[in-house]
Ligand binder design. Structure first.
Ligand code: GDP
Length: 294
C-alpha cells in the first residue's frame, strides 16, 4: 500500500537528518520535497498546501531546530497531520430499532461496488445481523448474477427480479427482507462508466422513494483525483453518509485516501484491501499513516 509515496517521503525526511543544528532553510527544503511527494501521489493541490502549512507551523512552533533528532520529530508531526487529514471515523453503522435498516451503496462501474456489497453483508452477518442483498444494478448485465453468486457463497439471501425497474426492485427487496425477518438491507444500485444525469436521477429517485438510512459511496482508490471528483458529484446529488474506498491494496500513491475527506467533508468508513470477501475493514487512518511513513 502506498509504496511510491512511502519511498518519496522517506527521501524527503532524509533532509531533516542533518549533523548538528537544523536550520530554517533545512526545514524549507525538506518540506518542499514532502510537498512534491504528495503532489506526485496525486493528492489535491489545496489539500497539499494546507497540509504543508500546518506541518511547517508545528515544526517551527515545536522548536525542531533545537531538537537532537529533528527527523524523528518531523515524522511524528507528519504522522499526526496525515491522520487529521484522513479524519478519525466511527465506522459503526447505526441500526434502526424496528424494521430493516437500509444501506444504499452507489458508485461508478468497476469501482468494486457489487463486491463491496458482499463484503459488507459478510461483515454484518459476522456481527450477528441478518442481511439481505438487493440486486438493483440493472445497468451492468452481469451484476445481478454476480450478486446472486456472492449470496450463495456467503449463504446470505439475495432479492433479484426481472421485468421491473430499479426503484421497484429496491422497494420489493425491502418488503421481502421484512417478511423474511432480515434486519439489514443492502442495495446494490446501478453504476455507469461516467457520471451522467440519468444515473443521478435514478439514484435520487431510489433515495427519495426507498429512504435508505445510510448512503455509502464506493470508489476505487487507484483512480486518485477522479475518485475525489466523483465522490464530490455524488455527495452533491445524494448527501452521502460515508465513503468506502476500495483497492487500497493496489494503490501505490494514496492520492484519493489523502484528499477525499478534506475535499468532500464525507467520512471514509471502510476500506477494501483485496478481492476476497474478507478483505473489508473499518477505515483506519493511523494504520494508513503508519504504512505511508514505513
Ligand atoms: P462494480 O462494477 O462496481 O460492481 O465492481 P465489481 O464489484 O464487479 O468489482 C470490479 C473488480 O474490482 C473486481 O475484479 C473485484 O474483484 C475488484 N475489487 C473490488 N474490491 C477490491 C479491493 O478492495 N481490492 C482489489 N484488489 N480488487 C477489488
Amino acid at each position: 500500500m502506498f509504496d511510491d509515496l512511502q519511498k518519496r517521503l522517506s527521501g524527503a525526511f532524509g533532509r531533516f537528518r542533518v549533523r548538528g543544528v537544523l536550520t530554517e532553510q533545512n526545514i524549507q527544503d525538506g518540506l518542499r520535497e514532502v510537498r512534491t511527494a504528495l503532489l506526485e501521489a496525486d493528492v489535491n493541490l489545496n489539500v497539499v498546501q494546507d497540509f504543508i502549512a500546518k506541518v511547517k507551523q508545528r515544526a517551527v512552533g515545536e522548536q525542531i531546530i533545537k531538537s537532537i533528532r529533528p527527523d524523528q520529530q518531523i515524522v511524528k508531526i507528519v504522522h499526526d497531520e496525515l491522520v487529521a487529514l484522513m479524519g478519525e471515523t466511527d465506522a459503526t453503522i447505526r441500526f434502526e430499532k424496528t424494521g430493516p435498516t437500509i444501506l444504499m451503496l452507489c458508485g461508478l462501474q468497476g469501482s468494486g461496488k457489487t463486491t463491496t456489497c458482499g463484503k459488507l453483508a459478510r461483515m454484518l452477518a459476522l456481527q450477528g445481523r441478518k442481511p439481505m442483498l438487493v440486486a438493483a444494478d440493472l445497468q451492468r448485465p452481469a451484476a445481478v448474477e454476480q450478486l446472486k453468486t456472492l449470496g450463495q457463497q456467503l449463504a446470505i439471501p439475495v432479492h433479484a427480479e426481472t421485468g421491473v425497474g430499479p426503484v421497484q426492485v429496491c422497494q420489493n427487496g425491502v418488503a421481502a427482507a421484512a417478511k423474511a425477518g432480515c434486519d439489514t438491507v443492502i442495495l446494490d444500485t446501478a453504476g455507469r462508466l461516467h457520471i451522467d444525469d440519468e444515473l443521478m436521477e435514478e439514484l435520487k429517485t431510489i433515495e427519495k422513494k426507498v429512504k435508505p438510512h445510510h448512503v455509502f459511496f464506493v470508489c476505487d482508490a487507484m483512480t486518485g483525483q477522479d475518485a475525489v471528483a466523483s465522490a464530490k458529484a455524488f455527495n452533491e446529488a445524494l448527501e452521502l453518509d460515508g465513503v468506502i474506498l476500495t483497492k487500497l491494496d493496489g494503490d501505490a500513491r494514496g492520492g484519493a485516501a489523502l484528499s477525499i475527506r478534506q475535499v468532500t467533508g464525507v467520512p471514509i468508513k471502510f476500506m477494501g484491501i483485496g478481492e476476497k470477501l474478507d478483505k473489508l475493514s473499518p477505515f483506519d487512518p493511523r494504520r494508513i499513516a503508519g504504512s505511508i511513513l514505513g
